[in-house]
Write a protein that binds this ligand. Structure first.
Ligand code: TYD
Ligand code: MG
Length: 453
């Protein structure tokens, strides 16, 4: 039988059946190497003959002690982790360079240390002096955290095995390298091998390991998601340049809900938790302006109010522009089409800009109705009544569908002083102090907002 060879690119992870000098996927030269599968070599054919040891199977119904989690006391971080760090788990924290990952993890390390966990912070990017300076700036100079500046993973693992910390922070996984892997630090093979060793350390020693990963231009943790599937929890630290808000978002979590977010603010003294993110994302609205609508959303397990802003203006000759920040462009196109087809309100020949204030990214279909209202309000230059929130999903027929957790959304709106809400018919509104206006369809919204439309 011919040996099946597989080759992969060390830069981007693309897989090939034969070697070539240049990777078609990323365009890099001399990055393709042969993957040596673990099952090749002398023992391979013997799998049928040589039998493995029997594995003990147990009943699903067995009892297991509940996972004990370590809390940092940073409520926003603990919640995103699903209630604290699970011993023996591996967490990846990804984000753009400069977004504040090292700051967050140094602060978290100090908190975990103060809470009694033995913490090792390994920096592959900064010298210990730099980390100390940052700690001093954050007021954490005396925090019980052990520090090392090292990139050689063999040395790091030897040290960790001797010191047996309860939490290891690796900043960043891209700087780590193993002498058994031939490619350069930062390459896919190195990152994959380093993450593999560190995850194995976490599992075998019951220590929690947090890996920092820089996101590449394409928005993936280098290389293409090679680390994400190895770890238990993937968190992204996001934010817009020029904004102080930072959002820690769980995109995968074996020990808690995904899609949970934690909100922080970057200040001169490091990151501070934002306890009431709705108030933050609404900013200081005085009067509603045409084109702005407050959406009562749910992020993870928490209600969050945010503001959609739309601008509609005559397009100069040629293609009308559709520009979206913080919301899905395809979904915007759909809502424009439904407004035109079901309500007779055309947007042809008009530029449409849609933005979520504060650099927030919203993915819920529940925002459909808020987007439609913002578009209508901008197009007609009529502001919505003040103190109003909106949410609901729009179907292609123009009908409105109730969305989950209506009561939670309304309660949050009430808490922030909102008096009225537009929601789809048949929503389970419960009892809140917000006056609810139930709408059967999109035409109903148009009628409500602009008299007869
Ligand atoms: P950093 O944590 O180094 O980012 P990353 O590790 O994701 O690359 O944060 C870098 C930015 O944060 C830097 O531009 C300065 C800013 N910063 C503050 O605004 N306040 C602070 O207290 C600290 C430590 C950093
Ligand atoms: Mg850093």
């Amino acid at each position: 039988m011919a040996k099946e060879a597989a080759f992969s690119c060390n830069a981007c992870g693309a897989v090939y059946s034969k070697w070539s000098g240049r990777c078609d996927a990323c365009g890099e030269w001399n990055t393709i190497t042969e993957d040596v599968p673990l099952s090749t070599g002398p023992g391979k054919a013997a799998l049928g003959a040589r039998r493995g040891a029997a594995v003990r199977l147990s009943a699903l119904s067995g009892t297991e002690a509940p996972v004990r989690r370590a809390g940092s006391g940073l409520g926003e971080l603990d919640r995103v982790l699903g209630g604290g760090l699970v011993p023996g788990s591996a967490v990846l924290v990804g984000g753009d360079p400069g977004i504040g990952k090292s700051t967050l993890l140094l602060q978290a390390a100090a908190r975990f240390g103060a809470a009694g966990l033995k913490v090792a912070y390994i920096s592959g990017e900064e010298a210990t002096a730099q980390v100390r300076m940052r700690a001093a700036r954050l007021g954490l100079a005396e925090a019980p955290v052990m520090l090392a500046a090292e990139t050689n993973l063999r040395n790091i693992l030897t040290t960790l095995e001797a010191e047996a910390p309860g939490l290891v922070v690796i900043d960043s996984v891209q700087t780590m390298w193993l002498d058994t892997v031939e490619s350069a630090p930062g390459s896919v093979s190195q990152v994959r091998a380093a993450a593999h060793e560190l995850v194995r350390f976490a599992k075998s020693r019951g220590a929690a390991v947090i890996l920092v990963g820089h996101v590449t231009k394409e928005g993936q943790i280098a290389g293409p998601r090679v680390v994400e599937h190895m770890v238990d929890t993937v968190l992204y630290f996001e934010g817009e340049r020029g904004h102080q808000f930072r959002i820690l978002r769980a995109v995968k979590n074996r020990f808690g809900p995904a899609d949970e977010i934690g909100v922080f603010e970057m200040t001169g003294d490091g990151l501070t938790e934002v306890q009431n993110p709705s108030a933050l994302f609404l900013g200081d609205r005085e009067r509603p302006a045409p084109g702005t609508v407050v959406f009562a959303g749910i992020e993870g397990t928490r209600p969050l109010l945010s503001e959609f802003q739309a601008l509609v203006s005559p397009a100069p000759a040629g293609q009308a522009r559709r520009s979206v920040v913080g919301w899905d462009g395809g979904r915007l196109a759909m809502i424009l089409a439904v407004l035109e087809a079901r309500c007779g309100i055309p947007f042809a020949g008009l530029d449409v800009y849609l933005n979520v204030a504060g650099g927030l990214r919203i993915a819920e279909p529940a925002a459909d109705l808020a987007v439609a209202a913002a578009l209508l309000s901008a197009r007609e230059d009529i502001a919505l009544p003040s103190g109003t929130v909106i949410f609901g999903e729009i179907s292609l027929s123009g009908a409105l569908r109730p969305v989950g957790q209506t009561e939670t959304r309304l309660k949050e709106a009430e808490k922030l002083g909102f008096k009225a809400a537009f929601v789809p018919e048949r929503s389970k509104t419960g009892d809140s102090g917000v006056g609810v206006r139930e709408l059967p369809d999109l035409a109903g919204l148009v009628g409500d907002m602009f008299g007869a439309g």
